[in-house]
Design a protein around this ligand. Structure first.
Ligand SMILES: [Zn+2]
Length: 80
């Protein structure tokens, strides 16, 4: 039984090292790190990650206004 536990630990360790290595070099990860920005919902002010924000047609500082949810987009901008 101890043998199985050690194999599991080594397997997880190798997987973790792989994650660390591929994570720092892959362009996808860089993109995620670069876009890890919190934006305030234009309707309620709640801060959400840029990747999860819903963008409306109104402009905020020259960019599409971010919303925390499609509901707030509709409530704030009316029916499109
Ligand atoms: Zn909101």
């Amino acid at each position: 039984m101890k043998y199985v536990i050690w194999v599991a630990i080594i397997f997880v360790g190798l997987w973790w090292i792989r994650q660390q290595r591929s994570g720092s070099n892959s362009p996808l990860n860089k993109k995620n790190k670069g876009s890890n920005v919190m934006l305030p919902c234009a309707h309620c002010g709640l801060h959400i990650p840029e990747t999860e924000a819903v963008f409306g047609q109104h402009l905020a500082n020259g960019n599409p206004a971010p919303y925390c949810s499609p509901q707030h987009l509709q409530q704030h901008e009316g029916r499109a």
